[in-house]
Write a protein that binds this ligand. Structure first.
Ligand code: PHE
Length: 372
């Protein structure tokens, strides 16, 4: 880590039944797009740093090379994720072994940093989630966590209750950040739930005729502060999705582009240049292939998507369930449409047929389904 790639054999015991990290994901560890000043993710990170520096007299410490390989305690227990929460499942999270995961959020570092005595900080890094495939979802993306602890002096003179004080300060901070990044933009707050904050909110930004969730945040649960002897304090926290922000800011249509080495992508961005609109260079045609199969009980869409991604890599643009039915015998059939499209060149029929036939073989072999 730290610009150095990680070898699978250094971290995974081959016979570990819990390990569900494919090589395609391992190859992303250590890439650290957020530390490249001329990459959209790095440009956004620097712009957010600028905002915090110019807005707050009291400094926010920054961390950007904490290892993405963390314990289940860091990723879940320390931030009060319940034992039966879906995010703990092998379907949602990449497990290196039963006690080690690829962090699924930068919140995994909150507790350790508090314990080390940090009180105001920003943590940026790559996070990993098993998920579906479309233009705004990719199994690796980048988050920035913000955390700010207040003392009684802070809210006492405001005359407000501590939780309300923190919630208002948090919203003001993030609205200011959105204006700093976007100027005028349509946004809305949505109430939500996170195990580690109460109350909790999401901020959505209007993008391409839809509301896009760009961050989660809230007032930190008192139990988390108490673990570090901060029972008399109150705090807020947020987690920003850097790809989502960058897509809106630079008009980037597909999340796969962030991983492209194509000069037609990389040369469009420069250090500190926030206002640039990306000029798409790909008008290459999509190619649609359908696949139908009878599923078994263990089937999940995330597993299917991972098989497709494992074979087609970044040539797959979207995987969509287009039909599902259950017959009289109780067997359920799914039909998925796979959209193949390269951002860099035209795909040949032969190439796509070959990918699709590999997908058919592998789905049958790995997922215990019956092709139709
Ligand atoms: N960790 C949350 C997520 O990844 C975001 C978040 C961070 C929410 C901090 C509240 C506080 O979705």
């Amino acid at each position: 880590i730290g610009g150095v790639t990680v070898a699978r054999n250094d971290v995974v015991r081959d016979d570990d039944p819990t390990n569900n990290v494919p090589d395609s994901i391992f190859s992303k560890l250590g890439m650290q797009l957020h530390r490249r000043d001329k990459h959209p993710i790095g440009i956004i990170k620097n712009a957010i740093y600028d905002y915090f520096e110019s807005t707050y007299a009291k400094k926010f410490e920054t961390f950007e090379d904490l290892s993405p390989i963390v314990t289940t305690k860091q990723n879940f227990d320390d931030v009060l994720v319940p034992a039966d929460h879906v995010s703990r499942s092998l379907n949602d999270t990449y497990y290196v072994d039963s006690q080690t995961v690829l962090r699924c959020h930068t919140s995994a570092h909150q507790a350790e940093l508090l314990r080390e005595g940090h009180r105001r900080f920003l943590v940026t890094g790559d996070v990993y989630r098993r998920d579906s495939i479309d233009s705004t979802h990719y199994p690796v993306f980048h988050q920035m966590e913000g955390f700010c602890v207040f003392s009684p002096e802070d809210w006492n003179e405001s005359g407000k209750d501590s939780t309300l004080y923190a919630a208002e300060d948090l919203k003001k901070c993030l609205e200011g950040l959105a204006r700093h990044l976007f100027g005028a933009v349509e946004m809305r707050w949505v109430d939500t739930y996170f195990p580690f904050t109460e109350p909790s909110f999401e901020l959505e930004i209007y993008f391409k005729e839809d509301w896009l969730e760009v961050l989660g945040c809230g007032v930190t649960e008192q139990r988390i502060l108490k673990q570090s002897g901060l029972e008399n304090n109150v705090a807020w926290a947020f987690g920003l999705g850097l790809e989502r922000l960058a897509m809106v800011l630079f008009d980037i249509p597909d999340i796969r582009l962030f991983w492209s080495d194509d000069e037609r992508f990389t040369s469009q961005f420069g250090k500190g240049e926030l206002g640039v609109k990306f000029k798409p260079f790909s008008k290459y045609p999509p190619c649609y292939k359908d696949i139908s199969f009878w599923i078994s009980e263990s089937f999940t869409e995330n597993n299917f998507c991972e098989v497709v991604r494992g074979i087609a890599g970044d040539l797959v643009e979207e995987v969509k369930l287009i039909d599902s039915f259950t017959n009289k015998k109780g067997m359920t059939s799914h039909c998925y449409r796979i959209v193949f499209r390269s951002m860099e060149r035209s795909l040949t029929d032969e190439e796509v047929n070959d990918l699709q036939s590999k997908v058919r073989d592998e789905v049958q072999r790995k997922l215990n389904v019956e092709l139709r």
